[in-house]
Unconditional design. Structure first.
Lengths: 114, 368
């Protein structure tokens, strides 16, 4: 857990990638679209940024490769990515950190309001 | 798809070429797939392309840093990977060494009932070991250490069952065609050569069929892909079958233990050299040397052993002295067939080369 805490805060693309994978495995293009949807179009990842992040997450053991659950219209095997237990813990830790931040901010703003 | 999209895809491929080779090997193909899918799904080519260009310098820099970090980690982990490679070599070599153990016991302690029982127990243990490694290997996607186990299992099945069943359908036609019942040395030599060739052909077809079938299942597809890159793996499967074929070569023989031990040791030596060789040429050479030593030792052994046997009544068509030569010839004929079928997978090199990961042009995928 200390290892995860030392990695927080997460970069925005990393956070959205983990969040995008939390319901279930997705292939590369699925992750791109999910990140775009979650950020309401604000974060549009290039393939370079996406796969750079994927490589780091794979190396850290936060995600893993799985067989793509969706049908594939090409004749090649397509790989998808899924959150590992460690990745889910990292995501939860980041969400908790953000929640605390928002809580502190809301409390301060409430104090200042006459 | 528009010309703009095709052009964007082509330029994208040029951008990819600047990533580190390891990164491209791991993700290049997927990245091109994602880019092509985005274009197919109607994303504007130049907007997509601009996004890539915008992030390109940062992404490249991070990719180089990550690759360097990964290489350092690999160096640190080299001890564990070396020990894993050693374990895999030991598992593979066990297939070639363990069958000799009952023969070694017999050779040292002689023909005693208790030694026979221990030998039978060891043989059963070996069969269980082969079955366990085989199952584990298939579950793990048939890595290289499990390939010889697959080879020996298929070869045993083909030589014990399949070949006999098919040969049984037309052996009478072959016998009448070559005048087998004239009982001359020449027709017996011809018949034996044809029969053993047919058995090897059946084994070869069985091995190729199995690899083709395994290519259908995603978990084991990797074996066929690896064979396309390294055809000697198919030869290695056939080579492993010789472990079993030697049991048939010495079937009904007595006092054959030292010869069998020497044969299996030669095969183990060839397998060891195969696992350590870095190029296809060296690998196939290791297998050819191993199989040649094994069969020639068997042939010479038979020449010495025939007079020690008590089955002169089995052959009425030739004198005992000629029968020695006949038995040796049969073994050398099998060696010839083994060499031929072990070299046959080299024909795979005539097929178009399998593209390495990341080199399939993205514009070729667009039309898919």
């Amino acid at each position: 857990m200390d290892d995860i805490l030392s990695r927080l805060p997460l970069r925005e693309p990393t956070f959205f990638i983990l969040l995008g994978l939390s319901p279930g495995p997705k292939h590369g293009y699925g992750i791109l679209k999910e990140v775009e949807a979650l950020s309401e179009g604000r974060v549009r990842l290039s393939t370079g940024t996406l796969y750079g992040a994927i490589k780091r997450l794979l190396d850290d053991g936060w995600i893993r490769r799985v067989d793509d659950p969706l049908p594939n219209d090409t004749d090649r095997e397509r790989k998808a990515y899924a959150l590992t237990e460690q990745g889910r813990r990292a995501l939860n830790a980041e969400v908790e950190r953000l929640r605390e931040l928002v809580g502190v901010a809301q409390a301060r703003i409430a104090e200042e309001t006459p | 798809l528009s010309d703009r999209a095709r052009l964007a895809a082509r330029v994208y491929r040029v951008l990819l070429a600047f990533y580190p080779a390891e990164f491209r090997a791991e993700f290049g193909e997927e990245m091109q797939d994602v880019f092509a899918t985005a274009l197919r799904n109607g994303e504007r080519p130049w907007r997509l392309f601009w996004r890539e260009v915008r992030d390109w310098p940062g992404a490249i820099g991070r990719a180089y840093l990550e690759t360097k970090k990964g290489n350092r980690t690999m160096e640190n982990g080299s001890n564990s990977s070396t020990s894993r490679a050693r374990s895999e070599t030991l598992i593979t070599l066990a297939l070639f060494v363990l069958p000799a153990v009952p023969a070694i016991l017999k050779f040292i302690f002689g023909y005693q009932a208790v030694i026979n029982s221990i030998g039978s127990g060891l043989t059963i243990g070996l069969l269980v070991f082969v079955a366990v490694v085989l199952v584990l290997g298939v579950l793990k996607g048939v890595p290289r250490w499990s390939v010889p186990f697959l080879g020996v299992a298929v070869m045993a099945l083909a030589m014990l069952e399949l070949s006999w069943r098919i040969w049984g359908l037309f052996y009478q036609s072959v016998q009448s065609a070559i005048g087998y019942y004239t009982d001359t040395l020449q027709v017996h030599v011809l018949y034996s050569t044809l029969m053993v060739g047919f058995f090897w052909l059946t084994a070869f077809v069985a091995v190729v069929t199995l690899v083709t079938l395994l290519a259908i299942w995603p978990r084991t597809r990797r074996l066929a892909q690896t064979i396309r890159r390294d055809w000697t793996l198919l030869s290695f499967m056939l080579y492993s079958g010789v472990v079993f074929a030697l049991l048939l070569v010495f079937e009904e023989y007595r006092y054959d233990e030292p010869w069998k031990i020497a044969c299996w040791a030669s095969l183990a030596l060839g397998a060891w050299a195969y696992l350590r060789s870095g190029s296809s040429g060296k690998r196939i050479l290791a297998l050819l040397v191993g199989v040649t030593l094994a069969y020639w030792i068997a042939a010479i052994g038979k020449w010495y052993l025939v007079p020690l046997q008590s089955w002169e009544t089995w052959f009425r068509w030739v004198d005992p002295e000629t029968y020695r030569w006949f038995e040796s010839w049969r073994t050398l004929a099998e060696w010839g067939w083994a060499i031929l079928f072990m070299l046959a997978p080299s024909l795979l090199t005539l097929l178009p080369r399998v593209p390495e990961t990341g080199v399939v042009p993205v514009e070729n995928r667009l039309g898919a």
